[in-house]
Design a binder for this molecule. Structure first.
Ligand SMILES: C[S@@+](CC[C@H](N)C(=O)[O-])C[C@H]1O[C@@H](n2cnc3c(N)ncnc32)[C@H](O)[C@@H]1O
Length: 233
């Protein structure tokens, strides 16, 4: 369902090549530990679980597998991504929406909001969650994919402190978990890891496209995330 009629700035929604890279990369399993940890922290969810910036629905589908009494709603501004999300799980619906607008949902309708590497609209997280509801936010840690250097865009410093600051007015933090490991990515997956992230909007800068095409060997990389959970005040 595309509910969005407003124009959105270029470089906001993930493009078809970025979404294809993301779908192939995630299917190969390198970020499965993150999906499993998110599913674990959301397993008690019942009723509506909203994934804000859901992309292809990969994480929301894992959560719904772990939470049999839950129904999922994927929100994302990328219609291409949401076409995949809509097929990711039988209990998952999908709506194209700009997260910076007021969401097309009533107050206190959700038990859980999930946000994985996507824009964070604290006031809307708060408005749609019922009192005591769960907010689970995943972000890349500073050492995430560090071996790829400037092929990827740098993770902002002190992201966690800024996150708590942004959400502190509306939420109490209940946990913070690191999910970190090293893994070996074949060349195609290195290309996908770059193309599916923010650098995917900038492949023609700094010779990225040529440098990616030249990669011929598998590369060991650090995959490193932080999952923060909050209770709605
Ligand atoms: C880095 S991707 C993460 C996707 C998904 N959570 C995942 O990890 O596979 C960021 C997502 O946020 C979406 N996005 C960016 N700006 C948005 C906005 N203003 N409103 C809704 N979605 C947005 C993009 O289209 C993209 O799917």
């Amino acid at each position: 369902m595309n509910l969005l009629h407003a124009r959105i700035p270029a470089g906001t929604a993930d493009t078809a090549p970025m979404v294809a890279a993301r779908a192939d990369f995630l299917a190969a399993g390198a970020y499965r530990p993150l999906a499993e940890e998110l599913a674990r922290v959301c397993a008690e969810s019942e009723g509506l679980v909203i994934d804000a910036g859901a992309g292809t629905g990969y994480y929301l589908a894992h959560i719904l597998d772990a939470a049999p009494a839950a129904t999922g709603l994927a929100l994302d501004v990328s219609a291409v991504a949401l076409r995949r999300a809509a097929r990711a799980h039988p209990r998952l619906g999908a709506a194209v929406w700009n997260l910076w607008e007021r969401w097309p949902l009533g107050d206190e309708v959700a038990s859980t909001v999930v946000n994985v590497f996507a824009p964070r609209n604290g006031p809307e997280f708060h408005r749609v969650l019922r009192p005591g509801g769960l907010l689970a936010v995943a972000s890349p840690a500073p050492d995430h994919l560090r071996e790829l250097g400037d092929l990827v865009l740098a993770v902002a410093d002190r992201k966690e402190e800024r996150l708590d600051g942004t959400l502190g007015e509306y939420f109490a933090r209940t946990s913070r978990t690191a999910v970190r490991r090293t893994t070996v990515l074949p060349p195609d997956q290195v290309r996908q890891a770059v193309a599916m992230g923010p650098a995917g909007h900038h492949l023609d800068k700094g010779g990225r496209r040529e440098r990616l095409a030249a990669i011929s060997e598998a590369q060991e990389v650090t995959v490193s995330f932080t999952i923060s959970t909050y209770r709605r005040l």
